[in-house]
Design a protein around this ligand. Structure first.
Ligand code: GDP
Ligand code: MG
Length: 440
């Protein structure tokens, strides 16, 4: 997709005159490329109208770089399609939050339930999983296995055939045991059938969830629009998880899901492992989708993402200080961009050893594991230089919280120490980092 759009933009710059005809031709090419990426036909049409409106206006300004204007307009329009402008629901502290998962069979509900449970468990919530899928043989066993592996309490039944009853019993039991977050997995069918929606509505009426999460397979292409609309009609969808974004998903499905439901994407699933769940962010998602892998685009993306967080770190660096939190923020912004191994090697916090012999996917997995470790640290630990972890018990506590082995926490601390030394050498008022402009 990126190559095709870039090609079209290049062709435009070779045109002697950039008139309406040239802009039309470019837009045709870009829209063709978006359709190939499974962006819904209707949405592509709207996007084209919007871009054209903007470009017409901008053409008035003679000096405008039209290539750039069109590229920016397409980028912005795609971002606004995938960002409905509402914050996803978050569990409230001191409340017993109930979340219900809906989606077709095979979309990744059961897997994503466990991922989400593990995510909030790491944030310190007491989380329970309820299996209200009595349709698929072995559904309870699957959830049980996933949940046990992630050390998450679960509820289900081999005897009760009524999913509504199981959902109610499970929620009641976890509520009685003072759980903070109760996640209810439901059944799916192969198609958007009436029985499925009836069951979904009955369960929702019985447990009155605080949020309903719609799970959609990111690889289903143009079918996404109809599927998302069907679910929107019968469920009160609060947020969305798009799964299998590690596979051949082209991104268009995610856009359709948001457009059809008006609900925000909260996470994307990027693998079968319990840690393969990434918070969603519109701009990096669209950049990746458009394949803006050229260095210029990359630098811009990096700048964009660091603006919000980086000031503290720049101050620290200038003083020759590099805390665990600095390392976390840095790795977090890399993760948001996806597996771009090329630049990863250039970021503070990632050493050549970490990169060597690893493909981009392994690196991402490793980073995500590191994030879990950071999530298990206290504020005091994050703001430290890591020496606190000389205490064995502290190290073990964090490893347990993150679901990793203590050696993995040690590996992270080792990385951090190495960078800390570099920062110390280069920092201070006379060092290279001290001279850097903190407003960069
Ligand atoms: P459910 O029927 O909606 O509960 O779907 P499952 O959770 O059972 O998932 C169906 C299949 O998709 C399983 O083989 C999962 O391992 C796989 N799966 C789920 N999420 C992801 C993902 O993000 N990436 C990949 N590669 N596979 C996934
Ligand atoms: Mg399931």
């Amino acid at each position: 997709l990126g190559a095709r759009i870039n090609g079209a933009l290049q062709a435009l710059s070779r045109q002697p005159v950039i008139d309406d005809k040239a802009v039309d031709a470019l837009l045709r090419e870009i829209c063709g490329a978006l359709l190939e990426s499974d962006v819904n036909v209707r949405l592509v049409h709207t996007l084209r109208q919007n871009v054209k409106k903007r470009v017409d206006l901008e053409v008035l300004a003679a000096s405008a770089n039209k290539r750039k204007v069109i590229q920016t307009a397409v980028f912005d329009e795609l971002c606004s399609l995938v960002d409905p402008g509402v914050q996803p629901w978050k569990p409230r502290k001191g409340k017993q939050n109930v979340v219900m998962f809906v989606g077709l069979q095979g979309s990744g509900k059961t897997t994503s339930c466990t991922k989400l449970a593990a995510y909030y468990k790491r944030k310190g919530l007491k989380v329970g999983l309820v299996c209200a899928d009595t349709f698929r043989a072995g559904a309870f066993d699957q959830l049980k296995q996933n949940a046990s592996r992630a050390h998450i309490p679960y509820y289900g039944s081999y005897n009760e055939a009524d999913p509504v009853q199981i959902a109610m019993d499970g929620v009641a039991q976890f509520k009685a045991s003072k759980f903070d977050l109760i996640i209810v997995d439901t059944s799916g069918r192969h198609k958007q059938e009436a029985e499925l929606f009836a069951e979904m509505e009955q369960i929702a009426a019985a447990i009155k969830p605080d949020n309903t999460i719609f799970v959609m397979d990111g690889t289903i292409g143009q079918a996404a629009d109809a599927q998302a609309r069907a679910f929107k009609e019968s469920a009160d969808i609060g947020s969305i998880i798009i799964t299998k974004m590690d596979g051949h998903a082209k991104g268009g499905g995610a856009i359709s899901a948001v457009a059809a439901t008006g609900s925000p994407i909260e996470f994307i699933g990027t693998g079968e492992h319990v840690h393969d769940l990434d918070p969603f962010s519109a701009r990096p998602f669209v950049s990746k989708m458009l394949g803006m892998g050229d260095l210029g685009g990359l630098v811009e993306t990096v700048k964009d993402m660091q603006l919000d967080k980086n000031e503290d770190m720049m101050k620290n660096l200038a003083k020759g200080v590099f805390t665990l939190k600095d390392m976390r923020d840095q790795l977090q912004s890399i993760l948001k961009m996806g597996p771009l191994s090329k630049i990863m090697g250039m970021m503070p916090g990632v050493s050549p050893e970490m990169m060597r012999g690893m493909d981009a996917e392994d690196t991402t997995r490793q980073l995500r594991k590191y994030m879990c470790v950071f999530d298990s640290m206290t504020e005091k630990e994050l703001n430290s230089d890591g020496r606190l972890f000389d205490a064995e018990s502290r190290l073990r506590r964090v490893a347990r919280g993150a679901g990793v082995r203590p050696v993995e926490v040690q590996a992270l601390l080792h990385q951090h120490r190495q960078f800390g030394q570099i920062v110390k050498r280069m920092g201070g008022p006379k060092g290279m980092l001290g001279k850097m402009n903190p407003a960069m």
